[in-house]
Design a protein around this ligand. Structure first.
Ligand SMILES: [Fe+2]
Length: 187
């Protein structure tokens, strides 16, 4: 089954919420302050807030605004991972995980573009939003529980700071200084 099929089939991620929370707590404990891994975890929390803001919006205008923020933060984060972290993962000997990570994010970008075509207050929009949220939630779990833990453990210390600097640089390239959502989009 391709990731696209899995994305369509799975509204709910295969792992439980308790398992995800446990993985995030362990990742937080292992991520050094100011490291690329801690910035990734901050982004993942922002992405979760952005998804919920889209779902919770009460009218078409605010839902479109929340959707644009979600697309910006998700695409900025994904592009930074694809430019800096997935190549490092492949270089550390984890080409299969890197390939899976690229594929999952490419399919998410396709689905985000399709979401833009749907009427924001329709059930079809909510259905697609929840499919994307389920797939992204699982993708973030894979990064937090496995892929990025191995990257942090295996990349030599001298290269970790370079990864952190490059990751921030790539995220800024996309989002500039607007790395936190407008207050109106917070939930
Ligand atoms: Fe990520």
């Amino acid at each position: 089954m391709s990731f696209l099929d899995k994305l369509v089939a799975a509204v709910v991620p295969p792992e439980s919420e308790a398992t995800r929370l446990e993985a995030r707590a362990r990742a937080r404990a292992e991520a050094a302050a100011g490291s690329w891994f801690s910035v990734v975890l901050d982004h993942h929390e922002q992405i979760e807030v952005a998804f919920e803001a889209v779902r919770a919006a009460g009218d078409a205008g605010s839902r479109r605004a929340a959707q644009k923020w979600l697309a910006a933060v998700l695409t900025g984060h994904a592009n930074a991972e694809e430019t800096v972290l997935y190549p490092a993962l492949a270089d550390a000997g984890h080409k299969t995980h890197a390939g899976m990570a690229y594929e999952e994010q490419a399919m998410t970008k396709i689905q985000l573009a399709l979401l833009e075509k749907l009427e924001p207050m329709s059930q079809a929009f909510i259905d697609k939003l929840e499919h994307i949220r389920g797939a992204v939630t699982h993708h973030m779990y894979q990064e937090e529980s496995d892929w990025f833990r191995e990257l942090q453990a295996e990349v030599p210390g001298r290269d970790q700071a370079h990864l952190a600097e490059r990751f921030q640089e790539e995220m800024s390239r996309y989002l500039g200084s607007a790395q936190t959502p407008a207050a109106s989009l917070r939930v």
